[in-house]
Design a protein. Sequence first.
Length: 136
Amino acid sequence: MPVSDAKILDIPRHEDTRGSVAFLEQDAPLPFTLERVYYLYGVRDGQTRGGHAHKKLEQIIIAVSGSFTIHLDDGREKASFVLNHPSKGLYVPAMTWRDMEGFSDGAVCLVLASRRYEEEDYYRDYNSFLDQTRSQ
Ligand code: T46
């Protein structure tokens, strides 16, 4: 899928003097059926995550605390996003290589995913990923 399909979603929320609550429901704005939730935390200064693409998995990635940068690559075009607010989610389509860096101290990266964990869904070798994208 083209990296231009990646986009920042505004997560609906309610704010009042007590604070805020943000919520995602099917189609509002979740664009896929939710199959898995996972989160990254305790990522140390200077560490990177990602370094792979998924064949079929779609995701929404949210910085529920702190900030980090995601670099996306569809084999032709690249785009980078800074996530730094819990009211913003980044939709990442399938067949998108991602590298994540610049995690702030205490950052928590929440991921809503369209599929369960399957190692067979991963491209972990960038050249294999490129070969596949260029043959499509
Ligand atoms: C992404 C970023 C934000 C599991 O066993 N189950 C799971 O649900 C997950 C997500 C991971 N794992 C195992 C597989 C690996 O041995 O945990 C290890 C590290 O996971 P991964 O290689 O997926 O690398 P991350 O954690 O940097 O990336 C994950 C997502 O896979 C990825 O799509 O965008 O979080």
